[in-house]
Design a protein around this ligand. Structure first.
Ligand code: IMP
Ligand code: MG
Length: 179
């Protein structure tokens, strides 16, 4: 275990098992359609790679990057599009793939931007949900794990851009961000 991690919340095996359930559920819900999975970079890149391989359906992928955090642990509510989608989403069935839904500020803003482009439907799939901290009325349609209010890293999730490469999800020691 990394020295900055206090506790492992989900092991590689936990993640693999839950993501294959999510993939099966999405494949059943979208049977006969070809959804477009939109990954919100950078935190969701590993989840996106594993989730798409767990969905036994034709689908397309696209990527978008937004910033809300800087290097702190509290979302600002100010969201900026750093990289936009490559393709049109008009008439498509979108599934937004997020690493973690926290205050909801990021997705609240993003949903507005994407709805204006006239997709046929939009659903949200988040690996982690921290409902205790919600500041905006956003709920995910697919949730990997509901977690208490702790700052977590690994499996794509960062603190100050570090720890994304940990294969598990762990709680970051508070001493790391108190410094
Ligand atoms: P929101 O706008 O507050 O919902 O924040 C969403 C984004 O904040 C996520 O996509 C993450 O990038 C980041 N975030 C929120 N909580 C955590 C955490 O516990 N660890 C790492 N990143 C987090
Ligand atoms: Mg993110």
């Amino acid at each position: 275990m990394h020295q900055d991690v206090e506790q492992i919340l989900y092991t590689e095996e936990d993640l693999r098992r839950r993501i294959s359930e999510l993939g099966a559920q999405i494949a059943a819900d979208y049977a006969g359609r070809m959804p477009m999975l939109v990954s919100v970079l950078r935190g969701s890149y590993i989840f996106m790679a594993d989730l798409t391989r767990a969905i036994d359906l034709d689908l397309t992928v696209d990527f978008m990057a937004v910033s809300s955090y800087g290097s702190g642990t509290v979302s600002s509510g100010q969201v900026e599009i750093k990289k936009d989608l490559s393709d049109s989403i008009e008439g498509r069935d979108l599934i937004i793939v997020e690493d973690i839904l926290d205050s909801g500020n990021t997705l609240y803003y993003l949903m507005d931007v994407l709805r204006a482009r006239k997709p046929a439907s939009i659903r949200i799939c988040t690996l982690m949900d921290k409902p205790e901290r919600r500041a905006k009325p956003i709920t995910a349609d697919y949730v990997g794990f509901t977690i208490p209010d702790a700052f977590i890293v690994g499996y794509g999730l960062d603190y100050a851009e570090k720890y994304r490469n940990l294969p598990y999800v762990g709680v970051l020691k508070p001493s790391v961000y108190a410094k």
